[in-house]
Design a protein around this ligand. Structure first.
Ligand code: C2E
Ligand code: MG
Ligand code: MG
Length: 600
């Protein structure tokens, strides 16, 4: 059968067409009554299935036109409609000569059964004829039109509501319901105009959560989201109704203090925010502590546009982060200079590799059982021709940012492996070298190939290489980390978890990865004297690491007392200034030759 489907809803049309086509019918479709009428006149259809509510010409009008046309009235007409059906609609439809009035939703087979009945009736010449439009029909039609108008109004209202919602979403962050960056910038623009007229000062606060990324990566995104919602609530509680608070992106929030501000007022609010944020949080039985760093810029001193104020406030936040987080700071010109300095450093760093300005130093790791050097950690240094010695803490993060970490890291790895091989051949066969990997290096898809090719090239046995990553690096993409680690592990390469205790510090999580060594962060050993809990905590970490069959290295041993503490625990090796700082290879060779030992 050749069937014409009339519906303004594309999806509904497609589903219907598929069902019918599957049952052997051929289908044509129209989007409204006008189109359908023109098509019906041109091609002789065996059946018309039509929706009611459509633009231009609705289903009733179409039915009336078909049934009044002597050439078309023999085509059976079926209504197939969903929303807002009234019992009167069915009566009206039948009186107009429609064969059926099907209401959605209807199960596919039931629908097909009805369609087949209609076709059979038609073939048997039993077609309902339209009643002459009598008084009743006129009344019904009028009622229908009234309802139609209502429905259209309702549709219109819905549309307006939807539009309103859309505008809202365009200007708000769906997670926290706070104004987003777009709305914030709009408000800043308005506030600046007002302040210009009043000759007043405006304050713009950029609030960035400390270590949020780490919480998000380690505790999961759901927890991260809940945390952000709580943070938004806490921020709201700190401000007046005339202030604007916005979630700019991720863990970055911004505050525009409405009305004139002076430094003291801004400082009080910032302090208040820091204190409110630092209150402990508890989700699903886990405690979280979150702190924030705040950068502040002022109109008109620091900038005369929303973007300029945001940029200055961001720069001030970087400074806060550098100085240890959980504080606020006003923007100053000098910060501009500093970021220019960083730019220069980035450029210089790119050249430094070619100019061979980097050096690898080696810090001994000493086995407590024998007192002898069992291995060494390779630590990169930059010997800048003018600035002198630059520590990795100052340039590794920059290298990571600029991707330079990949060639630099490769160079360090190769240099360290080659040097270790030299020492081994010189008569120190037991040595193992530890090399630090940064996030990008660890996540790089070619890491396994790179390490294997360097091992081949330098002839170092895989067992004599240990790679160090921090927990947070491992936790970034747990399943990928497990895979990378086990692939290298199979070759014989060892893994160490570095700076343990500064991150998520979950020993049960650690079990998932194939770590061989755990390095207790030096903050633990440093806090032994000042923090009475530190001793307990450090001993507990060491004990648990042992249960997991991990080799334990205590980092940052500087004093006799710290050495004694390490000895009183099941620690395998220590590393720290007490025995030796990181040394250039020639000095390390001397240390080896002298057979320097830890005194018993
Ligand atoms: P890390 O891997 O935890 O390295 C140990 C750091 O602690 C070294 O700092 C070392 O000099 C220092 N240290 C060792 N013993 C003591 C001590 O007794 N007291 C104190 N206060 N510090 C001690 P360094 O060389 O400045 O390196 C800092 C960080 O830079 C390293 O921390 C590591 O994360 C990173 N790094 C160093 N070299 C490389 C490298 O080649 N690649 C990558 N990706 N990162 C590196
Ligand atoms: Mg390390
Ligand atoms: Mg470390």
């Amino acid at each position: 059968m050749k069937i014409l489907i009339v519906d303004d809803n594309e999806d509904a049309k497609i589903i219907l067409a598929k069902t019918l086509e599957y049952n052997g019918h051929s289908i044509e479709s129209a989007a409204n009554g006008v189109e359908a009428l023109a098509m019906a006149k041109k091609f002789s259809h065996d059946l018309i299935i039509s929706d009611i509510l459509m633009p231009e010409m609705d289903g009733f009008q179409l039915c009336r036109e078909i049934k009044m046309d002597p050439d078309l009235q023999k085509i059976p007409f079926v209504f197939y409609t969903a929303t807002y059906v009234e019992t009167e609609d069915e009566r009206l439809a039948i009186s107009m000569g429609a064969s059926r009035f099907i209401v959605k939703p209807i199960e596919g087979n039931a629908f097909l059964k009805i369609i087949n009945e209609v076709i059979e009736e038609h073939q048997a010449g039993r077609l309902p004829l339209p009643e002459k439009p009598g008084e009743e029909e006129t009344v019904l039609l009028r009622q229908h039109e009234a309802r139609l108008t209502n429905k259209l109004k309702k549709k219109d209202k819905e549309l307006k509501l939807r539009e309103k919602r859309f505008t809202y979403l365009l200007h708000h962050d769906p997670l926290t319901d706070l104004p987003n960056r777009r709305l914030l910038m709009d408000r800043v623009g308005q506030a600046i105009k007002q302040a210009e007229r009043d000759k007043s000062i405006l304050a713009f606060l950029f609030v960035n959560l400390d270590r949020f990324k780490w919480i998000n990566d380690s505790a999961g995104h759901d927890t991260g989201d809940r945390l952000l919602i709580t943070v938004a609530k806490r921020l709201k509680a700190c401000i007046r109704s005339s202030d604007t608070i916005s979630r700019v992106v991720g863990d970055e929030f911004a505050l525009l203090l409405g009305g004139p501000s002076d430094m003291e007022h801004v400082s009080t609010i910032s302090q208040n925010i820091l204190e409110t944020m630092a209150q402990p949080l508890r989700f699903d039985g886990h405690d979280f502590s979150i702190t924030a760093s705040i950068g502040i810029s002022l109109y008109p001193m620091d900038g005369c546009s929303g973007e300029a104020l945001l940029n200055c406030a961001k720069r001030a936040v970087y400074r806060v982060k550098e100085q240890g987080r959980n504080a606020y700071q006003f923007y100053s010109e000098e910060m501009n200079l500093r970021s220019a300095e960083l730019m220069v450093m980035r450029t210089e760093m790119r050249r430094a590799l070619d100019r061979e300005e980097f050096r690898v130093y080696y810090q001994p790791q000493v086995a407590l059982k024998t007192g002898k050097i069992s291995g060494m950690e390779a630590l990169v240094r930059w010997e800048h021709p003018e600035k002198g010695f630059i520590s990795p803490g100052a340039f590794i993060p920059l290298a990571e940012e600029t991707n330079l970490i990949l060639p630099l890291g490769k160079w360090v790895l190769e240099t360290a492996c080659r040097q270790t091989k030299v020492w081994i051949e010189e008569g120190f066969p037991e040595l193992r070298v530890s090399v630090n990997l940064s996030t990008r290096q660890f996540q790089h898809e070619k890491l396994v190939d790179l390490v294997s090719s360097i091992l081949v090239k330098t002839q170092l046995k895989p067992e004599q290489l240990e790679l160090e990553i921090t927990e947070s690096i491992a936790m970034k993409d747990v399943s990928k980390s497990i895979e990378t680690m086990s692939r290298l592990n199979k070759l014989g390469v060892q893994w160490a978890v570095d700076d343990f205790g500064t991150g998520y510090s979950s020993l049960s999580y650690l079990r998932k990865f194939s770590f061989d060594t755990l390095k207790v962060d030096r903050s633990f050993i440093h806090n032994l004297l000042t923090n009475p809990d530190a001793e307990c905590l450090t001993s507990a970490i060491i004990a648990m690491a042992h249960t997991l069959r991990l080799k334990v290295i205590v980092e940052g041993v500087e004093t006799k007392e710290q050495l004694a503490f390490s000895r009183s625990n099941p620690v395998d090796a220590i590393q720290g200034f007490y025995f030796s700082r990181a040394l250039p290879p020639e000095d390390f060779t001397t240390l080896l030759r002298e057979e320097k030992c830890l005194e018993s």
